[in-house]
Design a protein around this ligand. Sequence first.
Ligand SMILES: C[S@@+](CC[C@H](N)C(=O)[O-])C[C@H]1O[C@@H](n2cnc3c(N)ncnc32)[C@H](O)[C@@H]1O
Length: 439
Amino acid sequence: MIEIYHISNNFKLTNVNNLFNVQLPEGVAPFTHITRNERSGRKQIKKKEEEDIAVCECKFDPGHTELACGERCLNVLTNTECTPGYCPCGTFCKNQRFQKCEYAKTKLFKTEGRGWGLLADENIKAGQFIIEYCGEIISSEEAKARSQTYESQGLRDAYIISLNASYFIDATRKGSLGRFINHSCQPNCETRKWTVLGETRVGIFATKDISIGSELAYDYNFEWYGGVNVRCLCGAPNCSIFLGAKSQGFQEHNHVWEDGDDRYTVDEFPLYDSAEDEPSDKLIKTNFSSGARPVTKIEPMKESGQQAMVVSGPNGSGTGPTKRAGRRSPNRKQKVSGRKPVNGKRVAQLFASKKVQNELIKCEEVRNEASMMLDSVYDEIRPAIEERERESLDSLPTNVAEKWIEASCSKLNADFNLYFTVVKNVVCPPTTTTSDPDS
Ligand SMILES: C[S@@+](CC[C@H](N)C(=O)[O-])C[C@H]1O[C@@H](n2cnc3c(N)ncnc32)[C@H](O)[C@@H]1O
């Protein structure tokens, strides 16, 4: 059940010098409300040269002002806002939503167990821009330092998101109401990066029609590099249990602890190696060093080339102090694929034909070589991967990625050849002739 705070004047927003004066419900931790990112310790972005300004090719039709810079506008198609003074549609241009703070009507409310959240205070259409995620733009070093500070201050909610490989947006002390949107495994919004007057900004957009009164939520898509997990309380049937459960780092551990805080308490989870496995009665007591934390990223999204945002903060996710934090168990049972690899030599024995046996043994050898090659490439690129994780870089260097792809493809190819040879010889066994010495 959610309790909605009714505020006098229905959570009034007044626009003063392009800054909204936000009246917050009682109990919300104070922060400075901003509607434009602020840069601390970072050079101001140079004003765009005239020739760099993206001017769309929209033909303004005074009879149809509502069509000015609509979905077919070249700038809209490339997630770029039109620049005032340069757009052919002039003041009718509809593609300046970040600049003009054309936010949907929203309202803060108190959730059960997830702190504050944001509600739609009007019906919102699929694709509609809801709000910008504003905050202070900081470097990754600053983000790390701040998240440690917030952790030591015992802040439980995380508001730092990654903007790109080098910069983060910290909405902890300064931010827009976008900072109150919670995570859901069944979201109705998503984050998208837009270029606004030459700068990258992050907006939250509806992915479906949202009716008035519904909570707004997007998938944080945490990149989890260790640290304390926060139990996800989104309540979706497909809930991945923890914020960040989708990330690779998360898969390696299962427990979170924080005395007296339901979000950091998780029932003991038995671990299974595969669907057929017996439930393990050994529950892994995994602890984490308080220094380890997930790193946040904005990742490219599937179809739209949009970005998915992930949030980090104290202990990676706005968790409280890690009183019972410890170390990751090296002996834990890893979740592995339920399918066992085919043992080529053993399968070869099942065939009467010597020729088939040789063929399978050859395939097995090629596969073993490909496996060894993949392992050695992994050892080689491991430092680069670890550095990427540490520095929260968006991508691996191309030469490293190419090596890895090549070795992976060779391994897949070798696997395929082995399986194919088995199937081929089962379906079409070779015809045996007495003159064939290999049969
Ligand atoms: C960006 S803040 C969202 C606003 C926050 N609820 C507040 O009160 O300020 C992110 C934090 O909210 C909490 N949170 C968000 N979604 C959650 C969820 N599905 N389950 C549990 N906690 C959640 C976590 O503490 C997370 O670090």
